[in-house]
Design a protein around this ligand. Structure first.
Ligand code: C2E
Ligand code: CA
Ligand code: CA
Ligand code: CA
Length: 278
C-alpha cells in the first residue's frame, strides 16, 4: 500500500512539474533557446526570372527545441516582437549570417543575402549602427551584399521609418518592403519612401489564374512599381504558370518552391558552386 501511495505521489508530482513547464512563457523559452543556440538559418534562393539564375537568398530563421520540436517562425517572431526580445533575435541572425557567409562574397561579389528585420526595429535609430557593425564583421562583405526586408504591415510611424530606411540605404544596403499589398501604406507615403524592392505577397501570387480580381491587383502592383522605379520580387511562386505570367509582365525576381525551397547554408553554397561551374 505504501509503495502504491508513493507511486501515486510521484505521478502527481511529475504531472505538476510538467504543467509548470508548459506554463513557461514562450518569450522566456526564446531567451533560453538563444543561450542554448537552438536556432539556425535556412536560405531560400531569389531567382532572376529572365535567366533562372540565383541572384540572392533570403535568410529564414529556424528554431528546433531540444525536444526535437520545431517552432514556426511566424509563431515565435510575433511573441518576440511583443515581449521585446526581437532585437536579440535579429542580433543572433546577424551572428549566424556572419558565420555562414564568411569569405563567401569574395567569390560572389554580386550575390545578396536578404535579412528580415522587424519593423519595430526600423522605428529605432540604433538599427543603423547595429547594421554597420554587423556588415563590418562579415569577412569580404560590402553593404550592397545585403537586402534589409521590413514588412509593410507594421511601418506604423511612417515618418520615423522613412528616415531610418534612408539612413540604411545611405550605408549602401538595399531595402525591401516585405508582404507588399497586405498592409495599409498609402500610395502617397510609398512615393516618398526610401526603398529598392517591393516583395509581392504570396496571397496575390496564389490567385494568379484563379481569381481574376486579385490578378488585377498584381497588375496594379506591377504598374505601380514601374512608375516608382522600384524592383519587384514575387514571393511564394509555386508553379510554372505563375512564373511565366510574372516574367511576361516584367517582374524581375521571384522566390518560391517552384524554384527552390529554403535550404541549409551548405546546400546553398554547393549549389551555387555548381551553377558557377556550368
Ligand atoms: P516571409 O518573410 O514572408 O518569408 C516567406 C515565407 O514563405 C517563409 O516562411 C518561406 O519558407 C515561405 N515560402 C517561400 N516560398 C514558398 C512557397 O512557394 N510556398 C509556400 N507555401 N511558402 C513559401 P517561414 O520561413 O516559415 O517564415 C515565416 C515568416 O516568419 C517570414 O515570412 C518572416 O516574416 C518571419 N521570419 C522568418 N525568419 C525571420 C527572421 O530571421 N527575422 C524576422 N524578423 N522574421 C523572420
Ligand atoms: Ca521576408
Ligand atoms: Ca514576405
Ligand atoms: Ca509572407
Amino acid at each position: 500500500i505504501l509503495s502504491c501511495a508513493a507511486f501515486a505521489m510521484a505521478v502527481l508530482l511529475l504531472a505538476a512539474a510538467r504543467s509548470a513547464l508548459r506554463r513557461v512563457p514562450l518569450s522566456e523559452s526564446i531567451r533560453d533557446a538563444l543561450w542554448r543556440r537552438e536556432f539556425h538559418l535556412v536560405y531560400q534562393p531569389v531567382v532572376e526570372l529572365k535567366t533562372g539564375r540565383w541572384v540572392g537568398a533570403e535568410a529564414l530563421l529556424r528554431w528546433r527545441r531540444s525536444t526535437g520540436e520545431q517552432v514556426r517562425p511566424d509563431v515565435f517572431i510575433s511573441v518576440a516582437e511583443e515581449s521585446g526580445v526581437i532585437e536579440e533575435i535579429t542580433d543572433h541572425v546577424f551572428e549566424l549570417v556572419t558565420a555562414d557567409m564568411a569569405g563567401f562574397f569574395e567569390s560572389h561579389p554580386h550575390f545578396h543575402v536578404a535579412i528580415n528585420v522587424s519593423s519595430i526595429e526600423i522605428q529605432s535609430p540604433d538599427v543603423v549602427s547595429r547594421l554597420t557593425k554587423f556588415c563590418a564583421g562579415v569577412t569580404g562583405a560590402n553593404a550592397r551584399n545585403f537586402v534589409i526586408e521590413a514588412t509593410e504591415r507594421s511601418l506604423i510611424d511612417p515618418e520615423k521609418a522613412r528616415n531610418i530606411m534612408e539612413e540604411i540605404r545611405k550605408l549602401g544596403f538595399a531595402v525591401a518592403i516585405d508582404d507588399f499589398g497586405t498592409g495599409y501604406s498609402s500610395l502617397c507615403y510609398l512615393q516618398t519612401l526610401s526603398t529598392d524592392y517591393l516583395k509581392i505577397d504570396k496571397s496575390f501570387i496564389d490567385a494568379i489564374d484563379t481569381e481574376s480580381v486579385k490578378n488585377d491587383v498584381v497588375l496594379h502592383i506591377i504598374a505601380l512599381a514601374k512608375d516608382l522605379q522600384l524592383r519587384l520580387i514575387a514571393e511564394g511562386v509555386e508553379n510554372a504558370a505563375q512564373a511565366t505570367y510574372l516574367r511576361d509582365r516584367g517582374v524581375e525576381y521571384a522566390q518560391g518552391w517552384h524554384f527552390a525551397k529554403p535550404m541549409t547554408c551548405r546546400e546553398l553554397l554547393s549549389s551555387l558552386g555548381r551553377q558557377t561551374a556550368e
